[in-house]
Design a protein around this ligand. Structure first.
Ligand code: PEP
Length: 246
């Protein structure tokens, strides 16, 4: 099973559901539909509305983040995994570089993953090196730390890993397919040490669009994509899927 995930970040109003309706229509007619799953992570404000609408349809809804506590607490502006689950969402991203940059530590991320899974959300756990780390040849070291400090064997079945090199997010700069292959194989090796035979799927994220996906699809180790910018347009998102299976 491949995954195509759209992360809207700070984008979307109730009307933007039309973008997802078009993608859902494409999906229901696509001859390849049994091979993949579509997940969208709109902002918190739209989770309930979108989850209700897509309840019996084929697009899965998730949040972009969650707070590192279980249910209710006195943290102004925070949204817990319980609250996300209670409005019908099925997934959550954890560890997106936007949130790591704002101060999410490995310890906080571990709590987020724990509480999300406790509340029956599946977690898309994001990892990735920044430009300086890449320049200093620290990529593998960073990825190993991000994975081993947070993930545990007991999370198996509920984790998807998204490799998102920070230097590639929103920049149009992408890794070569050879480079992406080596990094994905490395990530899968670390995951095998943690999860034994139940290794999670590993997705790629960073400037994925209808054009770049043509080089990424050569990397057979990749189990899908996390898409930012191009997920805000139904046409661009559908082009990614079409070109991947072409
Ligand atoms: C992202 O937001 O996680 C992302 C990968 O963005 P983009 O596709 O725009 O690079």
């Amino acid at each position: 099973m491949k995954y195509f995930i759209g992360n809207w970040k700070m984008f979307g109003s109730p009307k933007s559901i039309n973008i997802l309706k078009k993608i859902n229509l494409f999906y229901t007619k696509d001859k390849n539909r049994k091979k993949y799953r579509i997940i969208f992570t709109p902002p918190y404000t739209l989770l309930q509305n979108y989850s209700n609408y897509f309840k019996n349809k084929k697009i899965f809804i998730g949040s972009q983040n969650c707070y590192q506590k279980d249910k209710f607490s006195s943290n102004t502006g925070a949204i817990s995994p319980y609250m996300i689950k209670s409005v019908g969402a099925k997934y959550t991203l954890v560890g997106h570089s936007d949130n790591r940059i704002e101060g999410d530590t490995d310890l906080m991320l571990k709590k987020k993953v724990n509480y999300a899974i406790k509340n029956n959300l599946r977690v898309v756990f994001c990892i990735g090196e920044n430009k300086t780390e890449k320049k200093n040849k620290k990529t593998f070291q960073v990825l190993k730390r991000q994975l081993t400090n947070v993930l545990e064997k007991k999370f198996y079945n509920n984790i998807i890993v998204a490799y998102e090199p920070v230097w590639s997010i929103g920049t149009g700069e992408i890794p070569s397919s050879q480079n992406l292959k080596e990094t994905t194989i490395y990530i899968k090796k670390i995951l095998k040490n943690i999860f034994r035979s139940n290794t999670p799927s590993v997705l790629y994220g960073g400037s994925v669009d209808g054009l770049s996906v043509q080089s990424f699809k050569e990397v057979k180790e990749i189990d899908g994509f996390l898409v930012g910018g191009a997920s805000k347009s139904s046409k661009k998102f559908i082009d990614i899927i079409k070109n991947y299976y072409r």
